[in-house]
Design a protein around this ligand. Structure first.
Ligand code: FAD
Ligand code: NAD
Length: 396
């Protein structure tokens, strides 16, 4: 390869943006042409999206202009939508044109997993982008306005969240903070509003510490949530949901948080995937494609015990560090590094001033956990934008 190598990064989410930021620090001028492609001109902080979705925060606070994060002398930013990856030709087809690459980084994020459940794609909402959460926020408020015109329609005031994983629980924590304010604003009797969290597994937050799960459920039940645990959603209809028990709950709002899968474009490109995610090699490359790195929700990494790690921002950021190192090492003919995930713990918010988590080996809950959650959020802002971004977007 005598000309300058071309690196194309697809997606400016956690994996993509951190890879770009690391590369701009590590690479010398003219060592590589780096192009970052993203469908919007902003990076969104996915881990904050449950707040603007419920309307407890402004969507503006969950996004950052990409040009404020990258050095345009080192990284070309292309605002476009990727429509196809052609690994055999080393090309990516965008809505506006085609890019050729020597090295590809795929960080296109995940898509809602609907498990083929009828009606979910058509009638349920999901928390996945700035545009989707703007819609959910407006939709929720609109139900209160509608109810004032048709006061016999209690389904307008019924909110169903499908799935009690971390996304479902964090969203429930926010929506139960928002509802009392909407009741006040629209003169609605709060006792008429119903919030259900439906979970197929025998517990909320399956696999998480049982004591903390119980704490979380108590907090949320006290905020008015009805849990339906060990109860799968079988179908979503224009009128609500039908449960595996045969029960129908009528609701004008169903938010699906039942899990995510990888990006459909990886299947379309002919990569071998498991639920749309590529099981990457130890250096984070797609098997059989030494020049294709796959990060974040598009990738699948197994623990030494052989269990897949859950797709998180935390793992995406750590992968980005190794990916950037390996790209630079490949270009310089140096040794690649293997990826080893180091979990720093998990902290999940339950709404204002309440959270649960495990940090290191320590369990935390309540106000202390809520502070830790803010610290984690601010650490990320610091990683991508330093102190100025912490001051601008940090939620103190
Ligand atoms: P993403 O961050 O999803 O980014 C993908 C990027 O690709 C986006 O910028 C998108 O616009 C772009 N893109 C997608 N398709 C195209 C296309 N066709 N063309 C061009 N661009 C495209 N994880 C944690 O570790 N801690 C948390 O507290 C936490 N909280 C969460 C809260 C919520 C509400 C949700 C939904 C998730 C949370 N997660 C959390 C999980 C975490 O957000 C994801 O694992 C993480 O965002 C994955 O990063 P990524 O880089 O793979 O993709
Ligand atoms: P998830 O896969 O973790 O949870 C989905 C839940 O939906 C599961 O509990 C599952 O049993 C349930 N479910 C599936 N089918 C169902 C059905 N038919 N009816 C009812 N329930 C059903 O998905 P998620 O919560 O969107 O999280 C995605 C990833 O993001 C995870 O890796 C998670 O750890 C991460 N995340 C982390 C945080 C945090 O650390 N604070 C917050 C949000 C998300």
């Amino acid at each position: 390869m005598s000309r300058i190598p071309r690196i194309v990064i697809l997606g400016a989410g956690y994996g993509g943006i951190v890879t770009a930021i690391r590369l701009q620090k590590e690479l010398n001028y003219n060592e590589a042409d780096v192009t970052l492609v993203n469908k919007h001109d902003y990076h969104y902080i996915t881990t904050h999206l449950h707040m603007p979705a419920a309307g407890t925060d402004n969507p503006e606070n969950a996004r950052v202009n990409i040009l404020k994060l990258i050095d345009e002398f080192k990284i070309d930013f292309v605002k476009s939508t990727v429509v196809q990856i052609r690994p055999q030709e080393k090309k990516v087809i965008l809505e506006e044109g085609t890019l050729s690459y020597d090295y590809l980084v795929v960080g296109l994020g995940g898509e809602p997993e609907t498990f083929g459940i009828p009606g979910l794609k058509e009638y349920a909402l999901s928390i996945r982008s700035i545009n989707s959460v703007r819609f959910i926020r407006e939709h929720i408020e609109y139900q209160f306005a509608r109810f004032k015109r048709e006061p016999n329609r209690l389904d307008y005031l019924t909110f169903i969240v499908g799935g009690a994983g971390f996304t479902g629980i964090e969203f429930i924590g926010e929506i139960t903070d928002r509802i009392p304010k909407l009741c006040k604003e629209y003169d609605v009797d709060p006792s008429l509003v119903k919030v259900y969290n439906v979970e197929a597994a025998p517990t909320a937050l399956p696999g998480f510490d049982p004591e903390l799960v119980e704490y979380a459920m108590n907090v949320l039940q006290n905020k008015g949530v009805t849990f339906k645990i060990a109860t799968a959603i079988k179908e979503c209809t224009p009128d609500g949901v039908i449960l595996a028990t045969g029960e129908e709950i009528k609701a004008a709002t169903v938010v699906w948080t039942g899990g995510i899968r990888g990006n459909h474009m990886l299947d379309d490109a002919g990569f071998e995937t498991m639920r749309g995610r590529i099981k990457v090699d130890e250096n984070l490359r797609a098997p059989g494609h030494d020049n294709v790195y796959v990060l974040g929700d598009c990738s699948l990494v197994f623990s030494p015990e052989g269990r897949p790690y859950p797709p998180t921002a935390q793992i995406s950021i750590q992968q980005a560090d190794i990916c950037a190192h390996n790209l630079v090492a490949s270009i310089r003919g140096e040794q690649l590094k293997s990826f080893t995930y180091e979990s720093k713990g998990t902290v999940a918010s339950l709404g204002r001033g309440e959270a649960i988590g495990i940090v290191g080996s320590r369990k935390v809950k309540g106000g202390m956990a809520a502070i830790m959650k803010k610290v984690i959020d601010m650490r990320y802002l610091y990683i991508i934008g330093g102190i100025p971004l912490v001051l601008k977007k940090g939620r103190f």
